[in-house]
Design a protein around this ligand. Structure first.
Ligand code: ME8
Length: 543
């Protein structure tokens, strides 16, 4: 039997009825559209990009395993002054430059085992068309007018700033600003202030975490100004329809990628009607304002639905410092994966910080997570149990006898995980979900110590078989549930339990159980210890 909660239905339409926060617990093929930011191609991918992408991947995988029809999008943001400047500095034509750097981001998705369904580039024809149609729609509805702009602009942030927002003559991000005076087109953002506030009110889960929501609400309450949405002082962008001297403001172009990928402007298409509005855009806190203020305003102004949720996560520093080329402390994903392995990197990033908080990436922290949580706790548990089964149960799933209270307790804890994780993942509290799983890992390790199956092997083999069966079943639950975060290791573990590839989704948690007598392959370690050599500098993977 499947223990998933079935959705209620709206009587009038017979469509599943959504409550603001309960959508996550629904089963069936409910669509789920999730996106990463599209990354600027001015620079190589680093751990910050990896972080957002891995979080989205974990959530996308979770939802797929939970029976949702998922669309997971990532890609690259290729227009604007910043990219044009980087191309110029590299002495390459901007398109060629974009092709090259975008490829690095595509490779990052392969390296990190990212399960995206599409990879969008804003220089693609499908996107250029989508942006031009969006522009025309806004124009038709009287949301755009021509004017002249004079103000501060930060090329690094690709953002306009008010004089009052500058801190010591710089952008609030600390980046340089330049004075810009141009004939531009404007979007009537100010007119959307009240409707945005009403929208936030009616959709309390739209911006997360809560503290960030409050920041956005006060920013909007403090008054919005119309937004310049075209530029004339450079050409690397999408041309404004009928105005070839103007290119669109890179954020209008970039945000619309989320719609392009589901078929906009064809709003009648199966893809668009299935997946729009997006369930969640996960972004860093640096770009929340664009996603939570400008984006819903553009969409509402064009008569389109805003996304359901925007989650702004925190910021990583490296060994206590801001990452910067000057400090040469930029952490490149290939180096990390080479050193620690892809699953360890994914696990560390999802477990170390409450999603939403800032944190520090240090070698020490990574190594201690690998050795304690992965190698000692989960790795050891699996190794102990599987090798005892191999040795004492003729390498097959043992036959359990009558279950004791202790057995039932461990099995109940394992079965209790999925409903908890549904809540944690719906709230993007990945760390909390992992903590709950590791609580069961530690219950299982304690159970091994208490039941001492090695002693039972001598004096009570039937009881030993029951204990090992209960443990194998607990490990099956754990392995299925850790798939979103550590997909490779989970697959190895499930292979070792001879769980068929099509019996690894969440429906199989309650629907299946290990079958006594099933032959098991030879056990192999899944999480090696990370050995740090004595001088603390050189390190290598241990066995
Ligand atoms: O802003 N810690 O692209 P971008 C955590 N193209 N996350 C980090 C990080 C760090 N130190 N550094 C970067 C853009 N990130 C626009 C987005 S979307 C329509 C357009 C992550 O290449 C985080 O997700 O500057 C942040 O929001 C994103 O990279 C910024 O990437």
């Amino acid at each position: 039997m499947d223990d998933r909660i079935k959705p209620g239905h709206d009587d009038a339409t017979n469509q599943p009825k959504l409550t603001a926060n309960a959508e996550h617990i629904m089963a069936g093929a409910m669509p789920y559209y999730i996106t990463t930011p599209i990354y600027y191609v001015n620079d190589a991918p680093h751990i910050g990009h990896a972080y957002t992408t891995i979080a989205c991947d974990a959530l996308a995988r979770f939802m797929r395993l939970d029976g949702r029809r998922v669309k997971f999008l990532t890609g690259t943001d290729e227009h604007g002054q910043k990219v044009a400047k980087s191309a110029r500095e590299a002495g390459v034509d901007p398109q060629e430059f974009c092709d090259r750097v975008s490829q690095n981001f595509r490779e990052m998705t392969l390296l990190l085992n990212i399960s995206n369904d599409d990879f969008i580039r804003t220089t693609e024809p499908r996107h250029i068309k989508a942006c031009q149609v969006l522009w025309q729609e806004l124009e038709k509805r009287g949301e755009i007018y021509r004017g002249s702009f004079a103000g501060w602009y930060s090329v690094r942030d690709e953002a306009f700033y008010e004089e009052s927002e500058l801190v010591d003559g710089k952008a609030p991000s600390g980046d340089d600003v330049e004075w810009v005076e141009e004939e531009n087109y404007f979007f009537r953002l100010a007119a959307w202030q009240d409707r945005l506030l009403e929208f936030y009110d009616a959709n309390p889960d739209f911006i997360a975490p809560k503290s960030r929501r409050n920041e956005v609400v006060s920013f909007v309450k403090s008054g919005l100004r119309d937004l310049s949405i075209s530029r004339t002082s450079f050409t690397w962008g999408i041309k404004v329809p009928g105005e070839p001297k103007h290119v669109m403001y890179v954020w209008l172009d970039a945000l619309n990628n989320y719609q392009t990928a589901v078929g906009y402007p064809d709003t009648k298409s199966e893809e668009y009607s299935t997946f729009w509005p997006a369930n969640i855009h996960i972004v860093g806190k640096d770009i929340l304002r664009f996603h939570a203020v400008y984006w819903p305003a553009f969409l509402m102004a064009a008569g389109l639905e805003p996304p359901r949720r925007v989650f702004a996560h925190g910021w990583w520093t490296v060994e206590g410092q801001k990452m910067s080329k000057r400090l040469q402390n930029v952490v490149a994903p290939p180096k990390l994966v080479e050193e620690y392995g892809v699953d360890a990197v994914r696990y560390f990033l999802m477990r170390e910080l409450p999603f939403g908080s800032d944190g520090d990436f240090s070698r020490h922290a990574v190594v201690s997570r690998i050795n304690s949580d992965l190698a000692n706790d989960l790795g050891n548990l699996a190794q102990r149990v599987l090798s005892m089964i191999a040795k004492n149960c003729a390498a097959a799933v043992p036959q359990p006898g009558t279950l004791t209270a202790a057995d039932e307790t461990l099995l109940a804890a394992s079965r209790g995980l999925l409903p908890r994780l549904r809540v944690d993942f719906a709230e993007q509290a990945f760390h909390r979900g992992l903590e709950a799983i590791w609580q069961v890992v530690s219950d299982a390790n304690r159970y091994v110590d208490e039941q001492a199956p090695w002693a039972l092997a001598k004096n009570d083999p039937p009881r030993m078989r029951t204990v090992l069966y209960v443990l194998a079943e607990a490990i099956r639950h754990i392995a299925i549930l850790v798939q979103p975060v550590v997909p490779e290791a989970a697959a190895k573990l499930l292979d070792q339990l001879a769980v068929a590839p099509d019996r690894r989704d969440f429906a199989a948690l309650a629907g299946d159980a290990l079958v006594a007598g099933t032959a098991l392959p030879k056990p192999q370690g899944i999480f090696p210890r990370y050995v740090v050599e004595k001088d603390g500098e050189k390190a290598g993977k241990g066995g």
